[in-house]
Design a protein around this ligand. Sequence first.
Ligand code: NAD
Length: 420
Amino acid sequence: MSGLFAEARKRLKAAAKHLEVDPDVLEKLKYPKETLAASLMVRMDDGSRRSFKAWRCRYDDTRGPTKGGIRYHPQVNIDEVMALAFWMTFKCAVANLPFGGAKGGVSVNPRQLSKAEIERLSRAYVQAFASFIGPDRDIPAPDVYTNQMIMGWMANEYGAMVGHPTPAVITGKPLVLGGSLGREDATGRGGYYVLRLLEKELGVSPEKTRVVLQGFGNVGYHCARLLHEAGFRIIGLSDSTSAIYDSDGIDPVAAMEHKRKTGALAGASTNGKTVEMSNAELLESECDLLIPAALENQITGENADNIKAPLILELANGPTTPDADAILDRKGVTVVPDILANAGGVTVSYFEWVQNKSGYYWTLEEVQSRLRQFLEPEATRVWQLKQDKGIDMRTAAYVHGLDRIAQAVAAHGTKAYFSS
Ligand code: NAD
């Protein structure tokens, strides 16, 4: 088997070497529990109908209902959806949320659709997967090129199908439709918290750490904003259209304003010294902290050797391939892995689900302080495991997640139990 899912599963093998795991556990995690494919028929504005391929994968629900975003992207495919669902399973375990992992996707370029077409596509997704998802079964959320409004349409469609509003079926909704305060910036904020919680161990400080960030979207923007507010110097930013570099520092808020006005980062110069470069060049540029916050497979066997940053904070899912990991490890680069660094999003999604279920809503301060409380022990534990076992942070995070999943599987009895 090749592809992203096969690459993702290599992480499990690597972690299993450092933990005594019953073979039943590894057997259970070998394949997704269930994956559904559908063709979404959508009426276009010109009156024609188009079909879009769509998937939802529930990887493992041993620890609770499954949870994971829905991605709209032209390159989405079943292999990627399964890999993302696998990562979610471990991320929920690392963050100690009572959830298993899932993911969904539609193969579509949303930029080529009108707003009304995107609404019809989103409602069609829920119609196709209504029996697969559910507030106690599988709870979607936003991912690349899906947003609050889309989550609102989806929750509304699900409510119409089951006959009553069911906000807990989806997280990342608009605030007025049962969303949570603090969800919008939760992933970027979670990454920021993890970095600050481990700043001594990682050797970072606002005064000396210069940051390059790839993928100036929802997650990337908020993390850059928080870092900038804390005094870190953001010297490089990119999105799918352009990359900018300025060793004097870029104000991410002004850069986002520019991007909103013009549709691109190019030209978002704050002091006239900004250099434009390719995305590949930006990844390899001089900095102290590199934050990939776009898509998977950005740091690979091809470019890992050229990465100059001594520290990488993975806000995107799967930005570093296993062969790149080996090279980075050899070079002494520390990688704070996605399943820890970007777990803030699903953690606040969990808070949203809890609030929807209880019908009682929290203040922003409560959300943010609980997010920190959730991430702190996990970040500390991952660092401890890394030190104790002499392994890299990614393997440590997988060991931590696998341990929790293994305990849940073992609670139903394993071969060792039944044969004794
Ligand atoms: P988004 O659509 O808001 O932003 C993605 C950004 O990446 C956009 O600015 C886009 O232009 C840019 N981009 C795309 N291809 C690029 C390329 N080749 N080079 C540079 N930039 C590129 O999506 P998001 O929600 O911010 O998600 C970003 C990443 O974070 C994804 O990997 C996603 O799976 C992961 N993530 C998101 C959340 C969440 O809560 N949204 C949670 C956990 C992980």
